[in-house]
Design a protein around this ligand. Structure first.
Ligand code: SF4
Length: 330
C-alpha cells in the first residue's frame, strides 16, 4: 500500500463501514483524549493515513492467562472498528484469539514479525503472566508461555499491557493465586528486561485507550526510530506506567451522580425509590472515589454508557489488586 493515494485510504475505511466523517470525528476524540486541541484532529488523521500507507509499525498481540475479555472489548469497538486500526495501521500480524491462522502458521507469523522488526514492533500483552509449575500453568505452542514473553519482550520497542490481568495479574492472581500469576511489569523487572511498559488497567480494557496510546506512541512519535520512549511520552506516564491523561483523576471526580453525593442523596438498596432517582451508589459499594480512570468521560461500547451510568456501583477494576481489595474470592 506504499503508493496508495488519499482516496484509496478512505475507500478502505468505507469498506469496513467507517465513513470519512466518522474517521475525522474519531481523530477529534483521540485528540481530546490525548489532551490536544481539536485543531490537531486533521494532523492526527494525516499521520494515521501515512502510517497505514507505509505499515511502519507492526504489532503482535500475545495472550497470557485471561478470559480474553480485552480482545472481546477491543474487537467490538467501532470507533472506528478496532480491527481496522490494528490490521491497517499496526499491521497486526499475530492475535491468537481471533486470527484466521492457527497452529504452526500462527506461530510462524509471530516469530517472523519479531525477527524482522526487532526494536520496531509493539507487543500488546493481554492476560496474566503465569509462572506456576515452572511456567507450565499456561503452555502455548507446546511450551511454557513465559518462554515466549522472555524471548520477545526484549526485542519489542514497547509493550502495552492491556487490562488489569496484564498490569498486575488481575483476577487470575487473586488470592490464593494457585498459578502464581503476576503482571508484565513485575515479571520483566525480575528478569532484568528494560523494555518500557505502558499499563492500561481495568477489566476489560477500554479499546479507545489502546487506540489513543498506539497513535501517540507509534504514529505521533512517542517512540523514536531506535525504539526508545521519548521524553514527551514518558512525561505522560505516572510512576506505574499509566498514562495520566487516562488515569489522572478518579471516577468520582467526573461522575454524573456526584451532585447526589454532595447532597447526601444515596442508594441504600437496589430496587428502591432512591435507585430509580439515580442517586449516588456509595453505600452499596461504589469504589469510584478511590479508582483512577476516566470512564465517565470516555465511556464504553462506543460511548453508549459505562458501569455507574447503567446502574452498577464501580467495582474499582482500575485499581491495583482490585479483586482481593474489593471482591475477594475467599
Ligand atoms: Fe462517586 Fe460512585 Fe457516587 Fe459516582 S456513584 S458519585 S463515583 S460514589
Amino acid at each position: 500500500m506504499a503508493h496508495e493515494d488519499h482516496g484509496a485510504f478512505y475507500d478502505r475505511l468505507e469498506l469496513r463501514g467507517v465513513s470519512r466523517r466518522d474517521f475525522l470525528k474519531f481523530c477529534g476524540a483521540t485528540a481530546a483524549l490525548l489532551g490536544m486541541q481539536q485543531t490537531m484532529a486533521p494532523q492526527i488523521a494525516a499521520a494515521v493515513e501515512k502510517a497505514a500507507a507505509s505499515k511502519l509499525a507492526p504489532a503482535v498481540w500475545m495472550n497470557g492467562g485471561a478470559c480474553t475479555g480485552c480482545t472481546e472489548s477491543a474487537a467490538q469497538s467501532t470507533n472506528p472498528d478496532i480491527a481496522q486500526i490494528v490490521l491497517d495501521i499496526l499491521s497486526l500480524n499475530y492475535i491468537e484469539t481471533i486470527m484466521y491462522a492457527q497452529g504452526e502458521s500462527a506461530e510462524q507469523a509471530l516469530r517472523q514479525t519479531v525477527e524482522e522488526n526487532e526494536k520496531k514492533f509493539v507487543l500488546i500483552y493481554e492476560g496474566t503472566v503465569m509462572e506456576g509449575w515452572e511456567g507450565n500453568a499456561l503452555r502455548i505452542a507446546g511450551k511454557p508461555s513465559i518462554e515466549e514473553l522472555l524471548e520477545f519482550a526484549p526485542k519489542a520497542a514497547a509493550i502495552v499491557a492491556v487490562g488489569s490481568c496484564a498490569v498486575d495479574g488481575g483476577w487470575v492472581r487473586a488470592n490464593p493465586n494457585p498459578a502464581e500469576g503476576t503482571g508484565v511489569s513485575e515479571f520483566l523487572a525480575r528478569n532484568n528486561i528494560a523494555t518500557p511498559v505502558i499499563n492500561l488497567p481495568t477489566c476489560p480494557v477500554n479499546p479507545e485507550w489502546i487506540v489513543s496510546i498506539v497513535i501517540d506512541a507509534l504514529i505521533l512519535g512517542g517512540i523514536d526510530e531506535t525504539g526508545q520512549v521519548t521524553p514527551a511520552l514518558a512525561s505522560k506516564l505516572d510512576r506505574y506506567g499509566r498514562p495520566t491523561f487516562i488515569f489522572g483523576q478518579t471516577i468520582h471526580d467526573n461522575c454524573p451522580r456526584r451532585g447526589h453525593f454532595e447532597n447526601g442523596e444515596f442508594v441504600y438498596a437496589f430496587g428502591s425509590v432512591e435507585e430509580s432517582k439515580g442517586y449516588c451508589l456509595y453505600p452499596v459499594g461504589c469504589k469510584g472515589p478511590q479508582t483512577y480512570t476516566n470512564c465517565p468521560i470516555v465511556r464504553w461500547n462506543d460511548q453508549v454508557s459505562w458501569c455507574v451510568e447503567s446502574g452498577s456501583p464501580s467495582i474499582g477494576c482500575g485499581g491495583f489488586n482490585w479483586v482481593d481489595q474489593n471482591a475477594p474470592f475467599q
